[in-house]
Ligand binder design. Structure first.
Ligand code: IMP
Length: 457
């Protein structure tokens, strides 16, 4: 398989049918991640010249199905599967070079071209080192063991939080551009490793686990090796993106994780450490917000969550199990079973507002076939108070009861429907309800994992 042949002819028809305003477009998840952004980014990529990630790191997992082939990408934008596209990891991304190099080699091994022309990495992005992953796991474990089990975040263990924390601390941070400067990185890593060893040994003691201190020389050698391998990809991505846009090329911004996991606007503290709503485009790629004319908000037809934190519509019953099985709701990154529940429209409406969604993509709609009725959450009950908006305080969200509207279910299968009118009337009723409640049109409906299992309205 090569990048050029991954594009099936009906994908061209599909994406052309979608009306998009002239300008640049962002794609952002509207729930707690795993909405199927990879499929939509992949579909839209055809219309764009550049695909840019602006946040997160290897905590994200995008699965793209092309024909019978499945690609699981964590860091590399799925635009890599097309020839002639430039894929950018922006300054807001935290890069685990070991994972990135593994992905590059995996794609090359399957005949996909990945080189300095089609994969660009911002020299301003920050680097995840092995000690960040150790810190991530030990920190969550220490919080749970020594203090309070419910306070653990249940992170992906990919070192995301510690890397962003170092970015904010500055004196222990390493940026991608530093990988190309051996003298500077020696000083930086000698300092960072010494500080980490002090901190991590104390945390390990707290958790009652063994800790082998990190060796600064080993980390320096690793950084040199990563720099040598990634050098053809490292560039000033700010200049690159502005030059591309100035030259009339269209950019698609791909958000990792999702709006309810946004560090500022999500269910804090049960969030990730970056701005994963579409608001992150500006700071995470140095592209001013007004350049983005379309934001496609991605939402599943139901709700899922991985890790800790409130989820009012969670179903701990046979319906929840059924959604998990039919929707294959197990993490791409960690393999953890996802918590499943009814669609939370209060949350989706909030996320669509924060991310500025101009259109919705409704994903995994086929999973709801043969469930009757279909409940959707339209408000929360908090004691005597009915709450119509998404609360800022995660502990309030943890205490609320969902107020449901029951909608009629529809019989399946619907995975062969290619037009809106092919859907059963009750399925169309579900879609209409969503767009009226959220106030944003549902422009894409996904009824299966393949590219051709997509309805464009
Ligand atoms: P971290 O991003 O590894 O720090 O994890 C923080 C929280 O965000 C945990 O609950 C993770 O399960 C969750 N999380 C992070 N990235 C994703 C994602 O891409 N999909 C779903 N959940 C995620």
């Amino acid at each position: 398989m090569s990048n050029a042949t991954t594009q099936s002819p009906n994908t061209a028809d599909l994406t052309e049918r979608l009306t998009l305003k002239a300008g640049h477009c962002a794609v952002a998840g509207l729930q707690w991640g795993d909405e199927g952004k990879g499929k939509i980014v992949d579909l839209l990529t055809r219309r764009f010249d550049v695909v840019t990630r602006y946040n997160g790191g290897a905590n994200a997992g995008h699965t793209v199905v092309v024909g019978d082939e499945k690609f699981a990408l964590h860091l590399i934008p799925s635009g890599i599967l097309y020839s002639g596209k430039v894929n950018v990891l922006g300054n807001g991304v935290v890069i685990d070079p070991a994972q990135l190099i593994k992905e590059i080699e995996g794609l090359r091994g399957r005949g996909i071209q990945v080189d300095g022309d089609n994969l660009k990495i911002s020299d301003r992005a920050h680097v995840v080192f092995p000690y960040h992953k150790t810190q991530d796991v030990l920190f969550d474990q220490a919080v749970a063991q020594a203090w309070e089990a419910g306070a653990a975040l249940g992170t992906t263990g990919r070192g995301i939080g510690p890397c962003y924390a170092d970015k904010a601390l500055r004196s222990t941070a390493v940026r991608v551009g530093d990988l190309l400067r051996p003298d500077r990185i020696k000083t930086q890593l000698n300092r960072a490793v010494a500080i980490k060893n002090v901190m991590l040994s104390a945390l390990a003691k707290q958790c009652g686990v063994e800790f082998e201190p990190f060796d600064a020389d080993e980390q320096i050698a690793l950084a040199k090796q990563w720099g040598d391998t990634l050098a053809p990809h490292i560039c000033d991505a700010t200049q690159l993106l502005h030059a591309q846009m100035g030259g009339g090329r269209q950019v698609l911004f791909e958000g990792a994780n999702a709006t309810l996991l946004d560090i500022d606007h999500g269910t804090y503290p049960f969030v990730t450490s970056s701005n994963c709503s579409a608001l992150g485009v500006a700071t995470g790629s140095a592209v001013p917000a007004q350049k983005v004319t379309e934001v496609i908000g991605i939402a599943k037809a139901y709700q899922t969550r991985v890790g800790g934190g409130p989820m009012p519509t969670e179903l701990s019953d046979a319906t929840g199990d059924r959604i998990r099985e039919v929707g294959r709701e197990f993490g791409t990154t960690t393999g953890r079973p996802r918590r499943c529940g009814w669609l939370d429209l209060v949350a989706v409406k909030y996320s669509a507002m924060v991310s500025g969604a101009t259109g919705l993509a409704l994903m995994l709609f086929d999973v709801l076939a043969d469930l009757d009725p279909l409940n959707v959450c339209v408000a929360y009950q908090h004691g005597d108070e009915r709450i119509e908006h998404f609360p800022a305080d995660a502990s309030v969200l943890d205490q609320v009861e969902p107020v449901y509207e029951s909608l009629p279910g529809f019989a399946g299968p619907i995975d062969t429907c290619t037009a809106y009118d092919d859907l059963p009337a009750a399925a169309r009723g579900y879609v209409d309800f969503i767009e009226q409640f959220v106030g944003v049109p549902v422009r894409i409906i996904s009824v299966g994992p393949r590219r051709d299992q997509t309805i464009i309205r």
